[in-house]
Write a protein that binds this ligand. Structure first.
Ligand SMILES: Cc1ncc(COP(=O)(O)O)c(C=O)c1O
Length: 466
């Protein structure tokens, strides 16, 4: 007991000035079963690791035992229970501190609990949170206008015209898929122009339309049959485009960088040829930048550097748009917007003034050139560290992929042990694709934090070599 208590004190001593202890700031519902018995084996293990996963007899485990039976088991979670966040760090209920290289899966681009965002939420929550899409409010339109202005100014989607605001990435893609079907019907009232092309290893979401464009048997098989009319192509395969995309195609949905699929980057030539084929058959091009967009690659959109001919007709975003507050958006050009009529699509919560005011602030900050330049410098630090690790462990690290602060290390083995070893040394990392470690930290991560992350990653790899 005494040893545990001193561990906790050490963890809280490491907190930055002004950081709160969870017990002072958060009411955590705990069960009465939180009494702690410590075995000598646990004491030895805890002594060897800065952040050992909470043990079976910890307060964390007691809380999980109390709650888990009431939660649909859609996720397999590790033992820590997070209650506090600040910048690039998270704290669990036992006051262990973690450097978060996941940023809530590429969501918290401005870090956890960014003070300006917290202030804005509080202000708007006292002003107006929701009045429905039946009425105008000042923020849905302001966000839409800003997204169009920043998109065009960034050199991306030059003809971006209008925005549909919703609540998540899946919903943004769902709107994109519906809009494409509608455009196909307007262009060919026979209904023949309804096919949607997607690519292997894509991830576009879990709702039935977005899932139908996510050709991973793990996600699709339990819920088949999928929505009809979806075709799957090979990512980066220019040769197959002619056969794949035909006059029956109403749209092609593609991630310029596949996130969940393993941080796979589309070749510029592939996207240029893809766009050319779409134009040729009158199909829309839909870029899903839900994970890779909003300056994560060092440009406002991952496609911003592409020539105009390769710009999309539909562009979807979510994740970092709300920095943790749920929001998504579907950006379209006039060719699409003109064909969508009142009543074609809708949402109760989407576009509410609270989410939109927040996103308006976030978009203006993420569009700053200084932030984007810093992302590229930080990419350099990660890449230098990865190169060193690759030279140390050539049989483990096969490839480094990605751009900006969406980076992947392709390993030759299941990364689960490395992920756990890193977590138990105070660093959170997630996986992607097959045996890929994915790094999507806050875009405000500091040089020192990157160095800390790389050092701990090295230690975690070393600890897992037999
Ligand atoms: C590229 C991409 N599209 C769509 C989605 C789905 O977004 P959401 O989970 O917000 O529905 C994700 C989520 O990981 C994503 O990475």
């Amino acid at each position: 007991m005494a040893f545990r208590a001193s561990l906790r004190l050490a963890a809280s001593a490491a907190r930055p000035a002004g950081a709160r202890l969870y017990s002072q700031a958060v009411a955590v519902p705990t069960s009465s079963a939180a009494s702690v018995r410590v075995t000598s084996a646990q004491i030895q293990r805890d002594a060897a690791l800065p952040n050992p996963d909470p043990a079976e007899d910890s307060a964390s485990a007691a809380l999980v035992r109390d709650h888990a039976p009431f939660m649909v088991a859609t996720y397999a979670r590790p033992p820590p229970v997070f209650v506090n966040g600040e910048g690039s760090y998270l704290w669990d209920i036992e006051n262990r501190k973690y450097l978060d290289l996941t940023a809530g899966i590429a969501v918290n681009s401005l870090g956890h609990c960014n003070p300006e965002l917290s202030k804005l939420i509080a202000q708007q929550a006292k002003t107006l949170m929701h009045a429905s899409n039946l009425y105008y409010n000042p923020w849905t339109g302001a966000l839409s206008k800003l997204l169009i202005e920043k998109t065009v100014a960034s050199g991306g989607m030059h003809d971006a015209t209008a925005v549909f605001v919703c609540n998540s990435g899946s919903e943004a893609n769902e709107a994109g898929i519906k809009f494409a079907r509608k455009v196909g019907k307007v262009l060919d009232p026979s209904g023949a122009k309804h096919e949607i092309v997607c690519f292997g290893n894509a991830f576009h979401g879990r709702t039935m339309g977005a899932l139908s464009a996510t050709p991973n048997p793990k996600y699709q098989a339990p819920f088949s049959p999928m929505v009809p009319g979806f075709k799957v192509g090979v990512y980066n395969d220019i040769e197959s485009l002619k056969e794949l995309i035909t006059p029956e195609t109403c749209s092609v949905i593609v991630e310029p960088i596949q996130g969940e699929g393993g941080v796979q980057v589309a070749d510029e030539e592939f996207l240029v040829e893809l766009a050319a084929r779409c134009r040729k058959v009158g199909a829309l091009l839909h870029y899903d930048e839900i994970q890779c967009g909003l300056s994560r690659t060092g440009t406002f959109w991952a496609h911003s550097h592409l020539p105009k001919e390769a710009h999309p007709d539909i562009l979807t975003t979510a994740k970092a748009l709300g920095n943790g507050f749920p929001i998504g958006a579907t950006i379209v050009n006039a060719h699409v917007a003109d064909k969508i009529k009142v009543g074609d699509h809708g949402t109760t919560f989407g576009g509410n003034p609270l989410a939109c005011r927040l996103a308006h602030h976030i978009v203006s900050r993420l569009a700053e050139p200084e932030l984007q330049e810093a992302v590229l410098e930080k990419e350099g630090l990660f890449r230098d560290g990865f190169a060193m690790l690759q030279s140390q462990y050539p049989n483990l690290i096969r490839q480094v992929r990605g751009r900006g602060l969406i980076l992947g290390l392709q390993l030759t083995e299941d990364p689960a042990r490395i992920i756990k070893a890193a977590r138990e040394r105070g660093v959170l990392i997630i996986t992607a694709g097959t045996n890929t470690l994915r790094f999507v930290p806050s875009l405000l991560i500091s040089k020192e934090e990157i160095e800390e992350g790389l050092r701990v990653l090295g230690e975690a790899i070393e600890a897992t070599r037999e």
